[in-house]
Design a protein around this ligand. Structure first.
Ligand SMILES: O=C1N(Cc2ccc(-c3nnn[nH]3)cc2)c2ccc(Br)cc2C12CCN(S(=O)(=O)c1cccs1)CC2
Length: 233
């Protein structure tokens, strides 16, 4: 039985990533707005848009704290941000949504999302995803590291130096693998299940791209930041 241990520098790496992950949160007043009184579909959609915009801002700030990210080629940094923005947003949303919300709130939020003009065929995979994330009961280190692994995906469109990204991602994968072994000794498949969620995320982001087209058709307005990062109009 191999003795798994996390080295000093791996501990330091995890500390930096988790602190950054926790420091950059969307302002709770924005998320709270979703819990207030009844809104129309349009108002709900606007609130989700407002929240998505602040999630992207949070993502950009968080990414700057990933060790090694800022030493990547600048254009590759942008390509990684654009390529992972939707997945990172859904992962964080699912994590926050399935954990931080006091019980009554989840139903209210679900109602808001259901009544925001998002089509049913997207709603089902979205809610399945956030349930599957909730079932994992990830600790904050696992959440922060899994989000970092999503961002450091080498095969995003337009990434030039994939090896450099791969090296960074492998560093995070290695420490996450060890943490899973130490944190879930009774469940040797846990690490594999975590990575399986990343596959589910990619499917979600394909749905999201399709949704954007349908939303554009019903001329839903997005913020300049979302237009930039989601490549809409
Ligand atoms: O808004 C969502 N929510 C609610 C939500 C999200 C984040 C926080 C939060 N609080 N503190 N930090 N984060 C709270 C509630 C949520 C929850 C689970 C999954 Br899976 C996904 C979502 C979306 C993500 C964005 N989309 S979207 O399709 O990209 C779209 C953009 C514009 C209009 S629709 C809608 C669903």
């Amino acid at each position: 039985k191999e003795k798994v241990e996390i080295t000093k520098e791996q501990q330091a790496l995890v500390k930096v990533v988790v602190e950054a992950y926790n420091r950059h949160q969307i302002p709770q007043d924005v998320a709270k707005k979703l819990l207030q009184d009844q809104y129309s579909a349009e108002e709900n959609f606007l609130l989700l848009t407002e929240m998505a915009t602040s999630q992207v801002q949070v993502l950009v700030e968080f990414t700057k704290n990933i060790p090694g990210f800022l030493s990547l080629d600048r254009e590759d940094q942008i390509a990684l941000l654009k390529g992972s923005a939707v997945e990172a947003m859904f992962l964080r949303s699912a994590q926050v949504f399935s954990k931080k919300m006091p019980n009554g709130h989840t139903e209210v939020l679900e109602e808001r999302i259901r009544k925001s003009g998002i089509s049913e065929e997207f709603m089902t995979p979205m809610f399945n995803f956030y349930k599957s994330i909730g079932e994992l009961h990830m600790v904050e280190e696992e959440q922060a590291l899994l989000t970092t692994i999503t961002i450091l995906t080498p095969d995003r469109p337009y990434v030039k130096d994939q090896q450099a990204v791969e090296r960074l991602q492998e560093t995070i994968l290695d420490v996450l693998r060890k943490m899973c072994v130490l944190q879930h000794p009774q469940d040797p498949q846990y690490f594999a299940r975590l990575l399986g969620r990343l596959t589910e995320l990619r499917t979600l982001s394909h749905y999201h791209a399709e949704m954007l087209t349908s939303w554009r058709v019903n001329d839903h307005k997005f913020t300049p930041l979302l237009c930039e990062i989601w490549d809409v109009q």
